[in-house]
Design a protein around this ligand. Structure first.
Ligand code: NAP
Length: 251
């Protein structure tokens, strides 16, 4: 019970890495607010967590909408009295995948809105509630593509690089208030986001080939790292970037 007594909000919490995180947090004793645009998955996950004795509530949230963030944070604190942990996992990739010359402005704006602005808003609106309880932990999901480049992907890389440096800035700004901010950098992980891409044999083989541990990541591989950063075990960790990529970027 590494999160006993804590209240956590997970954006993009209904699917993939967010879903694995929501389930793991609940199993470690947290009350979990699953915030997502996917109402079907979110409602099903709320029921699934409650069925096994966990505490969870699904709330609809579009992370690009500041009014929505305000409402979800207010509702969380009204229901559960506090907010200890925010995981900003909501993200999109496809409109941000082309190389620079082919990247549309619409695709750029869409990806930056969810992946960069969404993380900024999730951090911004957590701070006042965390300050009230003397601290908290914010975990922003970047990517190895926030650290290195690749042949495919323009806005996606830019958005994940923004998450990386923004997290360090926020870590410094709020360290004296006990609010920790860290980024997590997954490598290639099998989730609904990557299902189409990873089902193409060429892509799958290339990505596994680039990964020294020789397999795709699983959502729970990332969730365990997020759990460490959310728990008090990481109380001396802020402004750091946790790479979980099977060794891909160590080469
Ligand atoms: P996923 O399975 O697609 O989960 C993302 C969730 O976020 C989905 O439920 C999605 O809803 C939701 N979402 C999309 N736009 C939203 C918005 N505006 N407001 C609120 N929720 C929104 O993806 P994932 O692979 O778990 O990715 C989670 C995070 O990890 C993302 O930030 C991603 O960039 C990052 N990441 C993933 C990988 C990987 O290989 N999978 C690698 C590195 C980093 P819909 O399904 O309805 O769109």
């Amino acid at each position: 019970m590494r999160l006993e007594g804590k209240v956590a909000l997970v954006s993009g919490g209904a699917s993939g890495i967010g879903e694995a995180t929501s389930r793991l947090f609940a199993s470690e004793g947290a009350v979990v607010v699953v915030a997502d645009v996917n109402d079907d998955l979110g409602t099903a996950l709320q029921a699934g967590i409650r069925d096994v004795g966990g505490q969870a509530a699904y709330m609809n949230l579009d992370v690009t909408d500041e009014t929505g963030w305000r409402s979800v944070v207010v509702e969380t604190v009204e229901r559960y009295d506090r907010l200890d942990i925010v995981v900003n996992s909501a993200g999109i990739s496809v409109p941000g995948r082309p190389p620079a010359e082919e990247q549309t402005v619409e695709g750029w704006d869409a990806v930056m809105a969810v992946n960069a602005k969404g993380v900024f808003l999730g951090t911004k609106h957590a701070i006042s509630e965390m300050r009230k309880i003397g601290g908290g932990s914010i975990i922003n999901i970047s990517s190895v593509y926030g650290n290195v480049g690749s042949r495919g992907g323009t806005a996606y890389h830019a958005s994940k690089g923004a998450v990386r440096t923004f997290s360090k800035a926020a870590a410094i700004q709020y360290a004296d208030q006990g609010i920790r901010v860290n980024s997590v950098h997954p490598g290639f992980v099998d989730t609904p986001m990557t299902e189409g891409l990873h089902s193409q044999p060429g892509v799958r083989d290339e990505r596994v080939g680039k990964t020294p541990l020789g397999r795709m990541g699983l959502p729970k591989d990332i969730a365990y790292g997020i759990l460490y950063l959310a728990s008090d075990e990481s109380s001396f960790v802020t402004g750091s970037e946790l790479v979980i990529d099977g060794g891909m970027t160590a080469q």
